[in-house]
Design a protein around this ligand. Sequence first.
Ligand code: OAD
Length: 253
Amino acid sequence: MDLTTLAGRIRDARRLTILTGAGVSAASGVPTFRGQDGLWRQYRAEDLATPQAFGRNPRLVWEWYAWRREKIAGCRPNAAHHVIAAWSQHAGCRVVTQNVDDLHIRAATRELVRIHGSIWELSCWDGCAQGATPWRDERVPLGDLPPSCPHCGGLARPAVVWFGESLHPRHLHAAMDATECDVFLTVGTSAIVYPAAGLVHEARRHGAFTAEINLEETPASGSVDVAIHGGAEAILPRIAELLNREPSTPNRT
Ligand code: OAD
């Protein structure tokens, strides 16, 4: 029933926004952050993904990122990424992701905002002017750790947003802008890391119909219009199928 309701809302929506988190990539084999598979050695993401942790021990933090890069390099987009990519071809559909794995890009998603950056990009930790603009480095393995900045020879860092750091203003603006929509769908995120976790509430304030797809309850489940429990890789194709069965075409042109 919830699936039919959501499919109907998506069909009628002129503006659809989808927020994704690590759960969307779980079926591809990418470890989530807060599941058991997210633990690396004895560390939690919050112990490693901070400027303080990097300042204390850049090699340790880079070893974690090198481990994640190696895992992700062998992963391919799954059915959830493909459905989202297909929807993104419609005008009015925007995708905001917290994922740094770039699997949405590999699935050819349009209008994508990567608010936490990309694990395949590096920037200069020492703050040199040229190294402030992230550069792409897809080598696996990366070579000697920690890697260095090609511009100044200083220390390079993953060009991702860490705890305690601000989102790039352009990304934050685009994400906030995307909350002005008719349907806001949050998929595979634990909904505890802000500001991303606040977007669904912002969308609700703008009058959007809000929905969540997740394997389990999250802090957002109680405040969305529809909370669907299940794997994104199974649920999204079912919704796509319902949309394909509809006699009328989506309003989004
Ligand atoms: P989390 O690891 O916190 O949460 C993943 C969520 O996905 C959980 O709520 C799971 O129940 C759900 N999940 C797992 N498998 C799923 C599946 N197959 N289908 C649907 N849901 C599934 O990941 P995020 O919410 O993305 O930030 O984490 C947010 C941010 O915290 C990350 O971007 C990262 C992390 O620290 C930074 O690195 C700055």
